[in-house]
Design a protein around this ligand. Structure first.
Ligand code: GRF
Length: 219
């Protein structure tokens, strides 16, 4: 049966678009059944509508506390009966209760080589710390912010003339390859969260995650 996916967004939704485009080639494998945004002007909502995907908006400012928002969000997501929930630029910290509810079927994409640079401003921080390389990571979401088991990383070399916006552009191009690939693994039943380890095809993934460049060179 096709894997039912809900995508959460806060903004432009270019990662959502990459997922829509990729899964359009694989309708029997997976389909995005709903997109939920916490901002009414999130451009990704228009991308979803253009693709014929149901959308919901839940404004966090309408709630007096994080628990209330997350409870309502969980309710909206559950109504789609998803097998997988993707955080694709969803700029909200989620409560432990929410994360536990979706444990093992909640993935995030983060614009750094985790565990380096959790949180925001990752491109500038990579420059400020003199990092030689930078990239993006897809991981299972657990209660620790940007701290769940790593699945797949893609990396770029930082050049002397890079700035935060040139890094952002390169990292985003990586993201558009990483997230659809991991989503396909999950939808095909190849990817699981086993205790605190991500497993692909029944084997634990190393704590630092798989590397996109190794997969592409056939290692
Ligand atoms: C991505 O870079 C993602 O890693 C970060 O937010 C950005 C979302 O961009 N968390 P978009 O909305 O997918 O265009």
């Amino acid at each position: 049966m096709s894997c039912r996916i809900v995508v959460l967004i806060s903004g432009s939704g270019t990662n959502l678009q990459a997922l829509i485009d990729d899964l359009a080639e694989q309708p029997a494998l997976a389909s995005i059944v709903g997109v939920v945004a916490n901002k009414v002007d999130a451009y990704g909502l228009q991308r979803a509508a253009a693709a014929g995907i149901a959308t919901r908006v839940l404004n966090h400012r309408d709630f007096s506390d994080r628990e209330g928002f997350d409870h309502a969000l969980q309710h909206e997501i559950d109504a789609f009966e998803p097998d997988l929930v993707l955080l694709a630029g969803f700029m909200r910290i989620l409560t432990a209760q929410f994360v536990r509810h979706f444990r093992g079927r909640l993935l995030n994409i983060h614009p750094s080589l985790l565990p380096k640079h959790k949180g925001l401003q990752t491109h500038q921080r990579a420059l400020d710390e003199g990092d030689a390389e930078h990239g993006a990571t897809v991981h299972f979401v657990t209660e620790e912010l940007d701290g769940g088991p790593l699945i797949l990383q893609g990396r770029i070399k930082i050049a002397s003339d890079d700035d935060a916006s040139s890094l952002a552009a390169q990292v985003q191009q990586l993201e558009y390859r990483l997230f659809p690939l991991v989503t396909r693994w999950y939808a095909a039943g190849r990817l699981h969260l086993d205790e605190d380890r991500a497993c692909l095809d029944g084997s634990p993934i190393t704590a630092s995650g798989l590397r996109l460049e190794d997969l592409e060179s056939g290692i």
